[in-house]
Design a protein around this ligand. Structure first.
Ligand SMILES: Cc1cc2nc3c(=O)[nH]c(=O)nc-3n(C[C@H](O)[C@H](O)[C@H](O)COP(=O)(O)OP(=O)(O)OC[C@H]3O[C@@H](n4cnc5c(N)ncnc54)[C@H](O)[C@@H]3O)c2cc1C
Length: 466
């Protein structure tokens, strides 16, 4: 990168917030996918004006820019594929205001999800979307990916809670989308368009969101199955019980074995675990859990139990939330995939996923867990990316997962992690050429010089860049 650009960046954010040290550049070269790309410089702005000045400078000089939160992406979405500038937004991490009368909070994009909930807890509220990465994920990253997680089955995705955004366009112009009211139809819904745009349309600098009163209680049940198909059928039956639980999570044998060990849980060997939770006022949560429990027990689980106290509930959730970290201890490369299928197709999807290793000469292993209550599964491949045959087997497995499981069963190639780099070749197959061309048009309107997070996200199908 030319030295006068670095000098300008230093003028905008100060010397200590501009970094070209190779060790630092290395740290920003990966996320949780097997891809690696190197930026020329990392900048850490402190406010909207600085973000705007960086974008104006980059746009004028046609330099690619990649917004980044904590880099927990499971899609390759923040990686600097064409070199250029990574904007690290984690310095912008303040809660700017809480309006209890209107149940709204205003934050900067670098606030971490768990920190926001810690802040809201003191007032008796919470922000429901709860990715398993909540201890690290920033709200900017969550808005950009429209992240969901454990509670989406009842409370929806990040998008459902965002009322307005302050965002900087690639040109450097600052826009304010949406409204602080609970209803407004005075424009195209740019807020919803930006939620899930994966850092390809604008950089968020302030976020206005709704919050929810904390439930009085949670009731949690765990079921172990010695047959994978019966566990899948139990999910389908429980979902048609008329009760909407606040979580319905699934772990297969390999995931459960490693996570239980990691979380210090003493569980018998089994093929699958379901973790089901209801919330609300005490009597309602208890009644709802009883209805679901009766249905799931009808599917002959090998063992089941209801958490008796907060400690027991927490240890079950530690096993679920640490699934990816626990699996990552078992192999050099751990790549988590993300598909959704209609709820009725979960048993068939699980069956097809389990067969994938055989179809690639058992060169890789697969462990599956996920938010099964909304049909969202995370088959996670365990292999060694340094061995070419294993890397090749992984890419074959990707094709099977997305073409022969997700799309063939009427599902989607990503429920919550986004397209990023890893799923971009499958977008066109799901959405067709006319929608692709509309999405490319939207990208062009926002970013005619194609400088913001190029090569990634929805507008890029197998047909290449817009
Ligand atoms: C162990 C593990 C568990 C996970 N569990 C879940 C889960 O349950 N549910 C779920 O939905 N996801 C999950 N994820 C995926 C990931 O954590 C989420 O997508 C998360 O919201 C990303 O946040 P981040 O701050 O790390 O963003 P990053 O990874 O840094 O960036 C993600 C995307 O957001 C863009 N971006 C970041 N900040 C901004 C901004 N201010 N303005 C514009 N664009 C921006 C980036 O360019 C990139 O495209 C998981 C990941 C891991 C590793």
């Amino acid at each position: 990168m030319k030295s006068h650009i670095i000098t300008k960046l230093v003028e905008i954010v100060g010397e200590k917030n501009v970094n070209t040290d190779p060790a630092e550049i290395y740290c920003y070269s990966r996320d949780s996918t097997p891809f690696q790309y190197f930026a020329d410089v990392i900048v850490r702005p402190a406010n909207t004006t600085e973000v705007s000045e960086i974008m104006e400078l980059a746009n004028g000089n046609r330099i690619p820019v990649y917004p980044r939160g904590s880099g927990t992406s499971a899609a390759g979405s923040p990686l600097p594929v064409k070199g250029g500038i990574v904007i690290d937004l984690t310095r912008m991490n303040r809660v700017l205001g809480f309006d209890e009368e209107n149940l709204q909070v205003v934050i900067e994009p670098g606030v971490i999800c768990d920190d926001l909930n810690e802040f809201l807890k003191d007032y008796g509220y919470f922000f429901p979307p709860d990715p398993a990465s909540s201890s690290a994920a920033t709200l900017g990253g969550m808005v950009a990916n429209n992240s969901a997680g454990n509670r989406a089955i009842k409370y929806g995705k990040t998008k459902d809670w965002i009322l307005w955004l302050e965002a900087v366009l690639p040109s450097g112009e600052i826009i304010h989308t949406g409204s602080g009211t609970l209803k407004s139809v005075s424009s195209y819904d740019l807020t919803k368009l930006l939620c899930g745009s994966e850092g390809t349309l604008a950089v968020f600098t302030k976020i206005g969101m709704r919050v929810q009163p904390l439930p009085e209680t949670y009731k949690t049940a765990m079921f172990l199955f010695d047959d994978l198909n019966r566990a899948g059928e139990a999910i389908v039956k429980a979902r048609s019980s008329g009760v909407v639980p606040c979580a319905m999570e699934f772990l297969d044998k390999l995931t459960l074995g490693t996570s239980a060990d990691y979380a210090g849980l003493n569980l018998p060997e089994c093929e699958a675990m379901l973790l089901i939770e209801t919330d609300g006022i005490e009597s309602a949560a208890e009644k709802e859990l009883k209805i679901i429990t009766n249905i799931v027990r009808g599917m002959n689980p090998k063992q089941w139990k209801i958490a008796q106290d907060e400690e027991e509930r927490n240890s079950l959730w530690v096993a679920r939330k640490s699934a990816y970290a626990a699996l990552a201890r078992c192999s050099i490369t751990t790549t988590m995939e993300d598909l959704t299928v209609p709820i009725s197709k979960i048993p068939e999807a699980l069956k097809r996923i389990q067969k994938i290793p055989e179809r690639v000469d058992n060169l890789i292993r697969v462990a599956t867990f996920g938010h099964a209550g909304d049909g969202n599964l995370h088959p996670t491949f365990l292999y060694d990316e340094r061995i070419p045959e294993q890397q090749e087997a992984f890419f074959k497995a990707l094709n099977i997962i997305y073409n022969e499981v997700a799309l063939d069963l009427g599902g989607s190639i990503t429920g919550e992690h986004g397209v990023g780099l890893i799923r971009k070749d499958f977008v066109e197959k799901e959405h067709g050429p006319v929608e692709m061309s509309l999405m490319k048009g939207i990208k062009h309107v926002f970013d005619s010089n194609n400088i913001l997070n190029p090569g990634k996200g929805k507008p890029w199908g197998s047909a290449g860049e817009p």
